[in-house]
Design a protein around this ligand. Structure first.
Ligand code: KG4
Ligand code: ZN
Length: 356
């Protein structure tokens, strides 16, 4: 029997199996991560090997270094995930891997690794959209959450407001017209001389600063729910450079706090507008969720919590460790895709520009 025929047969058997355990791999950027997930909701193991040390020297991710490091780490990380789950590879029901978006070389490393394991074991393989993975991190932390719900997706490359209509099916309501929120945080952090990755550092520093110390311009967008961060970023860079050129010392905590407040204000304001519009037009209230690296931001979490309390709707937030890149979220997304009968053949390729 060909691999494809065998994998499809096994996938059909899994369609109504009581227990499905998926081994997932994530290599889209600078974390090599593997996890074993049961029924899309339960984490049996979750191993993340971060490459931050390798890229820190360059102030950002160097694609070639990332691909090579993934290649070296894949097997080890997978073995560790299986060991922590107390399972042998033979006991795993299906396999999952991030197919995009991300760095092409980094993605290819993971895709090829999992295709190899799929071919050798005959197990069904699911290719997962990384952003759908971020959204699915919520299923691991909020057992009550089921589609339909609304989600603020904020990562290094995305700032989206989406409606999750069903597992694996989203509709975009608003999105950034220029930079992503994570990108803006990283650039602002760089001007403050904070090391890569800047988002978490600026967040920590901001906790000690005055968010009202500096006034930054309010972003303007055409779309009612769209975002824009490039003007905010430029204004921040000009503010810092201006202070430096006048020989003033940068009050880094105040600057970080003011920038964080401006970004979070923009993110929550559009979410609030969307919720209010829905309520006023009589649409059924839906739960709200958050996804992506920037959803680890403390101020954003506080503001979203306050907003959802005010609107009286439940809020799902992944725990901090599941906001940034991991394979547990990929295993969760894959489970629902598999249940819908989706499997990838050995012809699956990396899709660096894959959209939600
Ligand atoms: O989702 P993610 O891990 O990778 C992508 O898919 O892009 O997001 C990474 C982004 C980076 O820009 C990082 O600086 C940002 O998330 N980030 C944060 C925080 N933690 C990570 N930004 C603000 N505050 C944080 N606490
Ligand atoms: Zn990510």
């Amino acid at each position: 029997m060909s691999y494809e025929a065998e994998a499809r047969r096994k996938a059909r058997e899994l369609a109504d199996a009581e227990r499905v355990r998926i081994l997932a791999l994530e290599t889209s950027c600078d974390e090599t991560a593997a996890a074993v997930i049961e029924n899309g909701r339960k984490i049996l193991s979750n191993v993340v090997f971060s490459q931050i040390d390798l890229h820190e020297l360059y102030g950002g991710v160097v694609p070639e270094i990332a691909s090579r490091a993934h290649m070296e780490a894949c097997d080890r990380v997978i073995d560790e995930a299986l060991e922590k789950a107390g399972m042998a590879l033979a006991e795993v029901d299906a396999l999952a891997v991030t197919k995009g978006p991300g760095l092409v070389g980094a993605l290819l490393t993971g895709v090829n690794c999992m295709k190899g394991i799929a071919f050798a074991t005959g197990k069904p393989l699911v290719g997962v959209n990384h952003i759908e993975g971020h959204v699915s991190a919520n299923y691991l932390c909020s057992p009550w959450l089921e589609p339909p719900f609304l989600c603020l997706v904020v990562s290094g490359g995305h700032s989206h407001l989406v409606q999750v209509e069903d597992y694996g099916k989203t509709r975009t309501i608003g999105q950034t017209r220029d930079d992503a929120a994570g990108e803006a945080f990283d650039k602002a952090a760089r001007v403050l001389g904070l090391p890569y990755p800047g988002g978490p550092r600026i967040d920590a520093l901001a906790e000690e600063g005055d968010p009202e110390a500096y006034r930054l311009p309010k972003p303007k967008t055409e779309g009612r729910y769209d975002y824009s961060f490039s003007g905010l970023k430029t204004a921040f860079l000009n503010l810092c450079h201006g202070m430096e050129s006048r020989g003033e010392k940068l009050k880094k905590a105040d600057l970080a706090a003011s920038f964080r407040a401006a970004v979070c204000q923009e993110l929550t304001e559009k979410a609030e507008r969307m919720l209010r519009d829905r309520r006023e037009s009589g649409e059924a209230p839906l739960a709200m969720a958050m996804a992506g690296g920037v959803s680890a931001n403390r101020e954003l979490r506080r503001r979203m919590k306050a907003l959802c309390e005010k609107e009286k709707i439940p809020l799902a937030m992944p725990e901090i460790g599941l906001c940034t890149d991991n394979a547990a979220m990929i295993g969760s997304a894959a489970y629902y895709r598999l249940r819908q009968g989706e499997t990838a053949g050995l012809g699956m390729n990396a899709e660096p520009a894959l959209r939600l």
